[in-house]
Design a binder for this molecule. Structure first.
Ligand code: ADP
Ligand code: MG
Length: 361
C-alpha cells in the first residue's frame, strides 16, 4: 500500500441475482482510518455490498481493491477483512475466550500460547468484557454478545471491519451506548469501520462519512453535516427523515406546490419535481397571520410528541399530507397549539431545497 492508496476502492461493482440487480456498477473510494456509515432502506443492497467486499460472494462485474491490491479473486479468509454479523454468529459451545481465539487458532499464523492469550485478552479488554472470558454465550447479555463478535473480529488486527447492522438486535438505550463505544474503539485502533444501518439517526450520529445506498447505487457520500444540509437528490432527503417533501411542478424557475407558486433561484437535478424544507426550519403561525417569512401552507394540527430536547408537532395539509415541525426546546417554550385547529406553516424560502427535472438557469 502506498501513501495514496485508499483503504478500499470499488470499481463498477455489480452483483445480480437472476433478473435482479442488487449492486449496480458501484464506484466508491473509501476514506482511510474512518468510521463510514452505509445507510440505505431494506433491500437496497447493503448486505450484498458487504458480502462482496468480504469475499463471501463474487461480483458479476467490477473490481475490488484493498490497500492497493486487487482482491476480487482472493478467497475471503485471505483478505484480512473483519466481518461482524447482525445476529452475532457466536459458537454456542465455546467460551467467550475461545470464541475470540477462534480465528487465531485456525489462522495461517502459528502463535505461541502466551502470544495467543495476550492477543485475545487485549481484544476482550478493548471491548470491555474483561472478567467474562469463561462464560458461554448463553450466560451473557445481547450487548455483551455483540462485543464478543466485535472482539473476535478485532483480534485478527484487520485494517477494515465490515459491520452489518451490528446494533439492530439491541434495545434503544444499549444501542446509544454501543454507538459511542464503537466509535471510541475504532478511534483507538488504526482501522476503518464500514457500518451498515437502516437508521438515518444512527448513520448521521456515527459516521465520519455517510454513504447513502439506493437500489444498488451509492447516491451520495459525504460528511453527515453536508448530507443533512445538502442532500443531492430527493431520495436522500427522504431517507434522512428530516425533511417535509412536497410534490409539485417546477417550470421556468417557479415551483408550484400545496403552498402556492414560488420563484426558485436554484434547483438540483432530480427525477421528480420535489420541494424540501427541514422539519426544524418549518415554523407555525396563526391561520390568518399575514406576517410570514415565506409561503403559506394551510394545515390542521394533529398531535405533538416530546422527544427529550425537542418537541415534534404533526399537521395535516388540505391534501391529507402529514407535515412535521420540530421545535428545539433550546429555542424556548413552544407555543400552545389546539388539536383540530387550523394554522399556517411557513419558512424562509432560502432554506428550502428544490429538486427539479429541469434545473434553474
Ligand atoms: P439490504 O441488506 O440493504 O436489505 P440485500 O443486499 O440483502 O439488501 O438485498 C438486496 C436485494 O438483493 C434484495 O432485493 C434481495 O431480495 C436480493 N437478494 C439478496 N441476496 C439474495 C440471494 N442470495 N438470492 C436472491 N436475491 C437476493
Ligand atoms: Mg441487510
Amino acid at each position: 500500500m502506498t501513501q495514496s492508496d485508499p483503504i478500499f476502492r470499488l470499481e463498477g461493482v455489480t452483483r445480480r441475482y437472476g433478473d435482479l440487480t442488487a449492486l449496480d456498477g458501484i464506484d466508491f473510494v473509501a476514506d482511510d482510518n474512518a468510521y463510514i456509515a452505509l445507510l440505505g432502506p431494506s433491500g437496497s443492497g447493503k448486505t450484498s455490498l458487504l458480502r462482496v467486499i468480504a469475499g463471501f460472494e463474487t461480483p458479476d462485474a467490477g473490481r475490488i481493491w484493498f490497500q492497493g491490491r486487487d482482491i476480487t479473486d482472493l478467497p475471503a479468509h485471505e483478505r484480512g477483512i473483519g466481518f461482524v454479523f447482525q445476529n452475532f454468529a457466536l459458537f454456542p459451545h465455546l467460551t467467550v475466550f475461545e470464541n475470540v481465539a477462534f480465528g487465531l487458532r485456525n489462522g495461517a499464523q502459528t502463535l505461541s500460547k502466551a502470544e495467543l492469550t495476550d492477543r485475545v485478552r487485549t481484544s476482550i479488554d478493548m471491548v470491555g468484557l474483561a472478567g467474562l472470558e469463561d462464560r458461554n454465550p448463553e450466560q451473557i447479555s445481547g450487548g455483551q454478545k455483540q462485543r464478543v463478535a466485535l472482539a473476535r473480529s478485532l483480534v485478527m488486527q484487520p485494517k477494515l471491519v465490515l459491520l452489518d447492522e451490528p446494533l439492530g438486535a439491541l434495545d434503544a438505550n444499549l444501542r446509544e451506548r454501543m454507538q459511542i463505544e464503537l466509535r471510541s474503539i475504532r478511534e483507538r485502533l488504526d482501522v476503518t469501520f464500514l457500518h451498515v444501518t437502516g437508521s438515518e439517526t444512527e448513520a448521521l450520529a456515527m459516521g465520519d462519512k455517510v454513504a447513502v445506498l439506493d437500489a444498488g447505487r451509492i447516491i451520495q457520500y459525504d460528511t453527515p453535516d453536508t448530507i443533512y444540509d445538502g442532500p443531492v437528490v430527493s431520495d436522500v432527503a427522504k431517507f434522512l427523515n428530516r425533511f417535509n417533501l412536497f410534490d409539485g411542478t417546477f417550470k421556468e424557475g417557479v415551483f408550484s406546490g400545496p403552498f402556492g407558486a414560488l420563484p426558485v433561484s436554484n434547483a438540483r437535478k432530480n427525477n421528480s419535481d420535489t420541494y424540501a424544507i427541514r422539519y426544524d426550519r418549518t415554523q407555525v403561525f396563526d391561520a390568518h397571520d399575514a406576517n410570514l417569512p415565506g409561503p403559506a401552507l394551510p394545515v390542521r394540527f394533529l398531535a405533538s410528541e416530546y422527544l427529550g430536547s425537542s418537541i415534534i408537532f404533526l399537521f395535516e395539509t388540505e391534501g391529507q399530507k402529514t407535515v412535521e415541525v420540530d421545535h428545539h426546546l433550546s429555542l424556548g417554550e413552544p407555543r400552545h397549539l389546539t388539536v383540530g385547529e387550523r394554522y399556517t406553516l411557513s419558512w424562509d424560502p432560502e432554506q428550502a431545497i428544490v429538486f427539479g427535472k429541469e434545473t434553474a438557469r
